[in-house]
Design a protein around this ligand. Structure first.
Ligand SMILES: *[C@@H]1O[C@H](CO)[C@@H](O)[C@H](O)[C@H]1NC(C)=O
Length: 443
């Protein structure tokens, strides 16, 4: 009997050594406490999420454009009101949780994006960044730094069509193509150098360094996987917002497909992003597949496809949601409030029709992959051309499906971007954090 117990214990030990627990990376946007009404996210709401998260990435740092030092996103909120400390204090109740501070993430000043490139270009600037980041991470008790580096993004797809291409050719003659980074190669090398310098400074203290690949940053252009990956503990691929109303105001499409769709750019889907990193030398267990807890919404017009099947012509971003107040963005609870359901009778007649993802495809590694593209919901415009809306979003089904994909491919895990846009109050079905929860349980 004793031998049997010893043997099983040994086997279990081997098993848990070879198969690390999958990671659930939860992004947390500090500014969610400024939202209104039911969207206002105070720190107390985070607790039900933390039973699911292995890593909490606190999105609340930026770069000072003059000194190139890492600074708090909001000095008053994070330092004076002590939110850095409150966030890392969560580890007392959740001892396994790793809490990282993240810089960038498109939360920095949009007028100052250049500094993410100029910082890289000088050894002194990089040193100022590394030292300040190390100091802040260490003194507030973070477990590491996440680099949500704001590299330039790819150009959106051109829209074909007689008028469109005619207009485009005139515009091209007048203004030329949008600005291109002339020093891509240097920036790629310098980013590897920066990451190495951070890891070297952090190693002593056992601090983590992770990368967040922001939507529409071309990994081929900016990340030298083979030389970079050894300095990174995790790479979070934000594989969504391939389509959104800012990039694509005239055409709606699936914002976060898992697989390639016919007649779309080959690299604008999650599977491509994952394969790119693995094919260029990243171990699968460092790759985290990121999914959004929000939808992207456009205004449908009389020219839009009445079937609701994308892509089709639209008229810019849909109106802002009541809590998030960003045109073209709806949090998961804002989407579900617009859908027809028994708890939402006051919306009857004006609700959106949900179209679940019916696709199925056989993949030899993942077995049956259904839900390849995503869920959407829509309402056609009325006779006065009012009220038309199309929203593509992640729901518990598609989030769970992406987690199953991550598991089947042996990835490190999944990331939810971000938990403050999930249904943290349980307004949709009574369950708190339905998107995060569904992803966690199929991982
Ligand atoms: C990314 O960069 C590669 C290499 O320059 C290029 O072939 C590819 O088309 C780019 N992807 C996008 C989406 O622009």
């Amino acid at each position: 009997m004793l031998r049997f117990i010893l043997l099983t214990t040994a086997l279990l030990a081997v098993f848990s050594y070879t198969k690390a627990d999958p990671k659930v990376v939860c992004y947390y946007n500090s500014r969610a406490s400024l939202r209104d009404g039911q969207g206002k996210f105070d720190l107390q709401f985070i607790e039900p999420a933390l039973q699911f998260c292995t890593h909490l990435i606190y999105k609340s740092a930026r770069i000072n454009a003059d000194t190139f030092k890492l600074v708090a996103q909001d000095e008053k909120f994070d330092i004076t009101q002590d939110n850095y400390r409150k966030v890392t204090d969560l580890k007392r109740r959740y001892p396994g949780l790793r809490v990282l501070l993240s810089v960038g993430n498109n939360d920095d000043d949009p007028e100052q994006k250049e500094k993410y490139l100029t910082l890289l270009e000088s050894v002194d600037n990089r040193l100022a960044f590394v030292n300040s980041a190390h100091m802040i991470v260490k003194s507030y008790g973070f477990d590491g730094l996440d680099l949500g580096w704001e590299f330039p993004t790819t150009k959106p797809k051109k829209i074909r069509g007689a008028f469109g291409s005619f207009f485009h050719s005139i515009k091209k003659k007048i203004v030329g193509d949008s600005k291109k980074d002339e020093k891509e190669e240097e920036h790629k090398e310098q980013f590897t150098a920066l990451t190495r310098e951070i890891k070297n400074a952090f190693r002593h203290d056992g601090l983590l360094v992770t990368l967040t690949v922001l939507p529409n940053v071309n990994s081929t252009v900016y990340y030298d996987t083979r030389n970079l990956i050894q300095h990174l503990d995790l790479v979070n691929l934000l594989a969504f917002d391939f389509y959104n109303p800012t990039r694509n105001p005239k055409e709606a499409d699936y914002p976060a497909p898992l697989y390639h769709l016919y007649d779309r750019k080959i690299d604008e889907n999650g599977d491509y992003q994952v394969r790119h990193w693995i094919d260029t030398g990243a171990p699968a267990n460092k790759i985290i597949l990121g999914l959004p807890s929000y939808g992207r919404a456009w205004k449908m017009t009389e020219d839009s496809a009445i079937s609701g099947v994308p892509p089709f012509t639209v008229d810019g971003a849909a109106d802002e949601g009541p809590y998030t107040k960003v045109a073209g963005l709806l949090s998961y609870p804002e989407v579900c409030a617009k859908l027809a359901n028994p708890n939402n009778l006051q919306g009857a007649g004006t609700h959106l029709r949900k179209v679940g993802d019916p696709t199925k495809r056989y993949d030899w590694k993942v077995n049956d992959v259904d839900k390849r593209f995503g869920t959407y919901a829509f309402r056609l415009p009325d006779e006065n051309e009012e009220g038309g809306i199309w929203v593509g979003y992640e729901d518990p089904d598609t989030a769970g499906n992406k987690a199953a994909y991550a598991r089947a491919k042996g990835l490190g895990g999944i990331a939810v971007y971000d938990i403050t846009l999930d249904d943290f109050r349980g307004l949709c079905s009574g369950d708190k954090y339905p998107v995060l929860r569904a992803a966690k349980f199929r991982l």
